[in-house]
Design a protein around this ligand. Sequence first.
Ligand SMILES: C[S@@+](CC[C@H](N)C(=O)[O-])C[C@H]1O[C@@H](n2cnc3c(N)ncnc32)[C@H](O)[C@@H]1O
Length: 235
Amino acid sequence: MRSPGAGMAEPSGIDVVGIGPGDPRYLTVRGRELIAAADCVAGFRSVLTVVAEHIRGEQLVLDYRTQADGLRTLAQRAAAGMRCVLCAHGDPSFPGSELLALARQTCGPLRLVPGVSSVQIACARAGLAMEDTLFITLHKRADLAGDREELRAAALAGRRHLIVLPRPWDVMPAALARDLVHAGVPSDRAAIVYERLTLEGEAEWRYRLGDLAQETQGFSDLSIVVIPRPGYTLR
Ligand SMILES: C[S@@+](CC[C@H](N)C(=O)[O-])C[C@H]1O[C@@H](n2cnc3c(N)ncnc32)[C@H](O)[C@@H]1O
């Protein structure tokens, strides 16, 4: 049960701050305040670089190999009363990442501070309303069979726009399109690939699903696939 005013309490543990999709101008005011006030700020190097100018305290750089140790250190700092922030790319809940799961396991309950997700930017670029979309991430280490099945079923049903995070580098946009065409989704369905949203080199590529399936050009690891529902006129 939530008690009155609980949402207003001062942070006592670790704040997970979503730092936005890459362009530092998308960092929220709340995120900036927490980062500037923190005694210790942890995150992957690519994420810390975006907010570097606001960090005053100690920096704890994580990488895939050492992230468990880094998070344990962060938990010790928080237990010692230091204000601690874990920075996450975009918004920490889009998707609820493996980093977040590991951080909860290592550090206990976390307070999430929303940021602007790359998924929201994709919605804005395509002019899609979130309630009309289904968001599926393939960007995870787990087996993707269930997610791919759900994606095929949703594409065949055609009731919602689909927003899909590919998995670098084995399930990239072309592979994803091939899978859908193979499952019987009409090859003339529209598909858009957004690359490097808000960053230098941002690009929007519009296809028919059949053409995307044949595409041989590589895409950035920062890519999102949008498949509007049939008959939808893009902005
Ligand atoms: C582990 S997910 C993290 C997403 C992040 N939490 C968010 O809210 O944007 C990483 C994937 O998000 C997508 N992504 C993140 N930033 C992006 C950007 N600036 N442009 C396009 N796609 C992006 C890509 O699909 C990338 O592989």
